[in-house]
Structures are given as structure tokens and as C-alpha cells.
Design a protein around this ligand. Structure first.
Ligand SMILES: C[S@@+](CC[C@H](N)C(=O)[O-])C[C@H]1O[C@@H](n2cnc3c(N)ncnc32)[C@H](O)[C@@H]1O
Length: 215
């Protein structure tokens, strides 16, 4: 499917007003705090673009090590919530953007960050192609996404139950991102992986940092 900015995001938008609360229930507050602490280890991020920021759960952590953050989401409702949340934060600007058709010029950003986005969009390779285009040549991409990979059976079962109870049936384009399929995807688009790990305790996340390959 060829999405454009004129189409409306319809799945996540319904949860914009209490997304953080819902996500804390589904994924667990401590698991999300753990991710924030890991993300805080990324320093000197420069000018950062965040894709699929949702209600901005990870935006402040990324902003704390960036010169400036443009936090974007395709959902107008999510953008409204984030804009309100960060209205007094001078380095965070919130904007509606479709990660499959970014409006930015090439070589615009030092860092692109995305959390829990790649596994919910129809064409992750297209989004990564856009990231490569708008990143400066020595820029980096930071990707973190929840995954079923490596989760214990009963934790998976609990998480599925909480997810369906909270969000209903997942969007049809959802997939499980794993360390191996993300590695393959990044390589195919021309990124050189600096690190890729499976992190977390009961909930697992794929966590990758990559740069544009020089070859
Ligand atoms: C699972 S939520 C994750 C939100 C946030 N990053 C987090 O981890 O809490 C996925 C987000 O991606 C957004 N999204 C979906 N398709 C998108 C697209 N094509 N471009 C930009 N954002 C998109 C949704 O509106 C939603 O806010």
C-alpha cells in the first residue's frame, strides 16, 4: 500500500489521549523505564528526528542528549498530545510526518530515532530508505522495537492477552521484528550495524544502532 500524508492514521489515533497508560499496562512500566535508561546511554545525538513518536514517551530521553529534536508522527491525534506535552520544551518541536514520505531534505539530521514503529508499518524498508536519505553521511539511526523473540511462553501469553484487551486485534501490517530480520533489512538498505541486541527482561526489545555504510 502506498500511504501518503493525506490519508489518516486510524489504528493508533484512537488511543492518543491515554496511550502511555495503556502501554504501561501492556508492556509494563518497569520494562519501559528500562528502555529509557538504555536509550539515555546514547550521547551527542546532535539534530535528531524521531519517527512515530506517539505521545512522546521516549522523546524527552532522546532530547536530553540532542541539540534539537523534531518529534513526528503520522497520527494528528498523537501529534496534538505530544505538542501539548512539550509546549514548554524549547528543543522539542512536534510535527506531523509520514515516515514513508518524509518532507525533509537529504542530509538534514545527525540522528534518526524510532521506537516501536518499524513492526507496525507496511513497508519498513521504505521507511529505512527515507531515513538513509535524510541522514547526514556520518549520521546514525537508533531503532528499538518490542519483539516476541526470546520471550518465555507464559510472558508471551500474558502480553498477547493484555494487548488484545487494550488495543484489540493488531493492525494487519504488524509483524514480529527480530534481531535477524532487522539485521537483514538494515543491510539491504545500506546501513552498517554498530550494535544489535535483544534486551529486556519479561518483555524483549530489538535494539539496533547503525550508520550509513561507506561501501
Ligand atoms: C506502537 S506506536 C509507538 C509510539 C511510540 N514511539 C512508543 O514507542 O510509545 C506506533 C506509532 O507509529 C505511528 N505511525 C504509524 N504509521 C506511521 C507512519 N506511516 N509514519 C509515522 N508514524 C506512524 C502511530 O501513529 C503510532 O503513534
Amino acid at each position: 500500500m502506498n500511504q501518503t500524508i493525506s490519508q489518516k492514521e486510524s489504528f493508533w489515533s484512537r488511543f492518543a489521549t491515554d496511550f502511555e497508560k495503556r502501554n504501561n499496562y501492556v508492556a509494563g512500566y518497569t520494562e519501559i523505564e528500562f528502555l529509557k535508561n538504555r536509550l539515555a546511554e546514547n550521547t551527542n545525538l546532535g539534530i535528531t528526528l524521531e519517527l512515530g513518536c506517539g505521545d512522546g514517551v521516549f522523546t524527552e530521553i532522546i532530547a536530553s542528549n540532542s541539540e534539537k529534536v523534531i518529534a513526528t508522527d503520522w497520527s494528528v491525534e498523537m501529534v496534538d498530545v505530544s505538542r501539548q506535552k512539550f509546549k514548554d520544551n524549547e528543543i522539542i518541536q512536534v510535527k506531523q510526518e509520514d515516515c514513508l514520505n518524509l518532507s525533509f531534505d537529504k542530509n538534514s539530521f545527525d540522528t534518526v530515532f524510532m521506537a516501536n514503529l518499524l513492526h507496525v508499518i507496511p513497508t519498513p524498508e521504505r521507511a529505512l530508505g527515507e531515513c538513509k536519505r535524510i541522514l547526514k553521511r556520518d549520521g546514525r539511526i537508533i531503532i528499538v522495537s518490542f519483539t516476541m523473540q526470546g520471550m518465555k511462553f507464559f510472558h508471551k501469553l500474558g502480553m498477547r492477552y493484555r494487548y488484545i484487551r487494550t488495543y484489540g486485534k493488531p493492525p494487519k501490517e504488524s509483524r514480529v521484528l527480530t534481531t535477524s530480520n532487522l539485521k537483514e533489512l538494515l543491510g539491504k538498505i545500506g546501513f552498517e550495524i554498530k550494535s544489535i541486541d535483544l534486551i529486556g527482561d519479561k518483555m524483549k526489545s530489538v535494539y539496533a544502532i547503525a550508520k550509513i555504510s561507506e561501501n
